[in-house]
Design a protein around this ligand. Structure first.
Ligand SMILES: O=C(O)CCC(=O)C(=O)O
Length: 250
């Protein structure tokens, strides 16, 4: 099983995030958006925290497939080791109809944080929390969505407060995605949500957040007994522990 290519490893280490194009086919993305409509996730506001939704792993196999998607699983093993776990997951919906609100820039690696560290040692990369963000709608240049300060996951020094603002901040990069693309980023990257400004369409994204197997970020683990999970998915959803933990690659 090959993990990240040399180019992907270089880009992830350099930027703190990696764009993986064309992970989900367009037809699947459309079906998933329909599922969201059917479950009443429509007419969202623009506040990315208010518009979060969960529990989508019970919506069908196409949603559960996101846990260990074959195009992403080898990359996750590279970034988190072979006994990583899915810690939490949520979706985001945003529309420009309400007053734009941002989820400001947060996290910074200037001091080692046990929860969301980034360390590269030799050929290996270690992360406290990795986010896999599936775009279910196009995110065009400049319209909003995920943004970050590339490279900040490796910064050694405290970031001056003025750089935490989104407006007129030349350090911030908004990352465009096509529907079906994935952005993988390390939580230790300084990142946030750019206000959604596109008047003719909503943003819909689904974010899955993974830890090494010994660590739990959320207050409680996810439901590993959910109906329909494969054995590997069950192993990935287990709570945090170390002793005799099965490898997700077995
Ligand atoms: O809008 C986004 O994709 C960023 C989400 C975010 O900041 C987070 O999950 O911590």
């Amino acid at each position: 099983m090959s993990g990240m290519s040399e180019e992907q490893r270089f880009l992830f280490d350099l930027q703190g995030y990696l764009l993986v194009p064309n992970v989900l086919p367009k037809e699947q993305v459309e079906r998933m958006r329909t599922h969201m409509e059917e479950r009443g996730i429509k007419d969202p506001k623009n506040n990315p925290n208010d518009s979060r939704f969960g529990n989508f792993l019970s919506w069908g196999a196409e949603w559960r497939e996101l846990i260990d998607h074959p195009k992403l699983f080898p990359l996750l093993v590279d970034l988190l080791g072979d006994n990583f776990r899915l810690d939490h997951a949520y979706g985001m919906a945003a529309s420009a109809k309400a007053a734009p609100e941002a989820h400001g820039l947060h996290h910074h690696a200037d001091m080692f944080s046990y929860g969301c560290f980034y360390v590269a040692n030799g050929q290996r990369i270690h992360n406290g929390l990795i986010v896999v963000s599936f775009a279910l709608t196009d995110i065009e240049p400049g319209v909003g969505g995920f943004c970050c300060i590339p490279g900040s996951h490796k910064s050694q020094f405290k970031m001056p407060d003025k750089w935490y603002g989104l407006a007129d901040n030349p350090l911030v990069r908004q990352v465009p995605q096509q529907a079906g693309d994935v952005v993988i980023f390390t939580e230790s990257l300084t990142h946030g949500t750019w206000p959604w400004t596109k008047q003719t369409g909503e943003r819909r994204s689904v974010l899955l957040k993974y830890c090494p197997g010994y660590m739990q970020w959320s207050q409680k683990p996810m439901n590993a007994a959910l109906e329909g999970l494969t054995e590997r998915q069950q192993a990935i959803l287990k709570g945090a522990y170390v002793w005799q933990r099965p490898k997700v690659t077995e």
